[in-house]
Design a protein around this ligand. Structure first.
Ligand code: NAD
Length: 487
């Protein structure tokens, strides 16, 4: 048909080759609501082929020196960096995020993931201890686990996928990765670059498709002893059930209901713009985004006024708009889910200070069917409300007052999640006290999302099991053995 653009057709990447699939699923451009890409709808057959490729590649790859693997990982980082603009354009189109964010966060961090593990792999030492009275020396050795199964979500597609691939292959595993079916394009582009960087065939296999079909085939395969998963708690439960008969090693990075605690002595000049960013960056679709803001009563009115003003300036626009701070949400279904939370809050008597239903969103004609919404601030909401308890994973945040330190710690901890928190105060003693008592794997004080990749990343309670980061990833992707020698 005249004017119809050809759809982008993705293929699986198995044993270093691009292979078509028997069936495909639609992938949408979130900024227009149009289908623009076809993603392989893989299943057991493709997983079996990937397992065979990964099994065949394992002896060669795992017996390479760390220096050689490091060299290859550096090459992957270099070719990714050379393609930064192309990858950023693709990520923004596929996910709906602003091009500016893809350029400055997603793709640079993907490059850094490879560079970081390329370097850290060279600096591991094993432990050794002696028992002179028994004439014994004990030491540890770590060996790759084998074939690693990696499953990633749609919010930070290449960023989170490479955060798993890089450590897994750095320590000598071969991998089968399954990105989200909603955002598969940059993973497919990565396959071409892996080849260019000299990653041997079968070391990284990427198989596309839905969770229930190809995801479950991967998790259930008896020759895949390890699953590293980032996504929702309900999927993690299913993965845990499927892995149980095989006693698989699991790393689960899940959702959050992250509090920001703002004391009366906080520096609001810094706190307000950072809390707007922590609430609405990437459309609020980051597991670390703030969704409950507790503000000490004495500054509540002032904070709310200034926070709402700043939120109104957080522009929603098409992803390529250089002035936009926020693009489109991932899907129609997700947009509806997020809007439903706002409806429920209103039905409970809460107030919407700005955003959905209050302000007007203006978009170009061709983006009217895109999945856009304004950043939304809810007040006068009870702690028991689903908006204060459940992960919304969209541009919605609740602002509530508190009186005392003790009270706010109790309320902040009163959710099933425990991923990330922020604390704002100029009292150093209070910062340490509160940070220590929060049930949260990560606490940022007077800042947000400053990452040190050497240190553990992950959540407690329903936010997950295990940590990622240099030592944690190394331990997770290897088996550790203690050897005792009697002399
Ligand atoms: P999701 O659980 O729906 O999907 C994640 C991945 O799992 C996708 O690749 C999906 O296809 C796959 N999957 C779905 N069902 C499966 C099954 N039965 N078996 C195997 N695989 C299956 O999550 P999502 O909606 O893509 O991502 C959003 C969630 O991810 C949010 O809860 C968010 O907080 C969480 N998240 C956590 C972190 C973290 O580091 N803690 C980071 C980003 C996102």
């Amino acid at each position: 048909m005249a004017g119809t653009k050809a759809l982008l057709m993705l293929e699986n990447f198995i044993d270093g080759k691009f292979l078509p699939c028997n069936s495909y699923i639609d992938s949408y451009d979130p900024s227009t609501g149009e289908v623009y890409c076809k993603v392989p709808n893989s299943g057991e057959e493709e997983i079996q082929a990937a397992v065979e490729a990964a099994r065949k590649a394992f002896p060669g790859w795992s017996s390479q020196s760390p220096q050689e693997r490091s060299r290859v990982l550096h090459q992957v980082a270099d070719v990714l960096e050379q393609s930064l603009e192309e990858l950023a354009q693709a990520e923004s189109k596929d996910q709906g995020k602003t091009l500016a964010l893809a350029r400055t966060m997603d793709i640079p961090r993907s490059v850094q993931n490879f560079r970081f593990f390329a370097s850290s792999i060279l600096h591991h030492t094993s432990e050794c201890t002696q028992m002179d009275h028994l004439g014994c020396l004990h030491y540890t050795v770590q060996t790759p686990v084998g074939i690693a199964g990696l499953i990633s979500p749609w919010n930070l597609p290449l960023y989170l996928l490479t955060w798993k691939i890089a450590p897994a292959i750095a320590v000598g595993n071969t991998v089968i990765a399954k990105p989200s079916e909603m955002t598969s394009v940059t993973a497919w582009m990565l396959c071409k670059l892996l080849d260019k960087a000299g990653v041997p065939p079968g070391v990284v296999n990427i198989v596309f498709g839905t969770g229930p079909r190809v995801g479950e085939a991967l998790v259930s395969h008896p020759e895949v002893p390890l699953i590293s998963f980032t996504g929702s708690q309900s999927t993690a439960t299913r993965i845990t059930q499927l892995s149980a008969p095989h006693c698989k090693k699991l790393s689960l990075e899940l959702g959050g209901k992250n509090p920001a605690i703002i004391f009366e002595d906080a520096n609001l000049e810094e706190c307000i713009p950072t809390t707007v960013r922590s609430s609405f960056a990437n459309q609020g679709e980051i597991c670390l985004c703030t969704s409950r803001i507790f503000v000490q009563k004495s500054i509540y009115s002032e904070f709310l006024k200034r926070f709402v003003e700043a939120t109104r300036k957080w522009k929603v626009g098409i992803p390529s708009d250089p002035l936009a701070s926020m693009g489109a949400l991932i899907s129609k279904a997700h947009l509806e889910k997020v809007r439903n939370y706002i409806k429920k809050a209103l039905a409970e008597g809460a107030h919407i200070q700005c955003g959905e239903g209050v302000d007007k969103l203006s978009l170009p004609a061709r983006n009217q069917a895109g999945y856009f919404m304004l950043p939304t601030v809810i007040t006068d909401i009870k702690d028991e409300s689903c908006c204060m308890k459940e992960e919304i994973f969209g541009p919605v945040t609740c602002v509530v007052p508190f009186d005392s330190e003790e009270e706010v710690i109790r309320r902040a901890n009163d959710v099933k999640y425990g991923l990330a928190a922020t604390v704002w105060s100029s009292n150093v003693g209070r910062i340490h006290r509160v940070a220590k008592k929060l049930q949260s794997g990560l606490v940022w004080t007077n800042c947000w999302l400053i990452r040190e990749l050497n240190l553990p990343f992950g959540g407690m309670k329903s936010s997950g099991i295990g940590r990622e980061g240099v030592k944690d990833s190394y331990d997770f992707f290897t088996e550790i053995k203690t050897i005792t020698v009697k002399y």
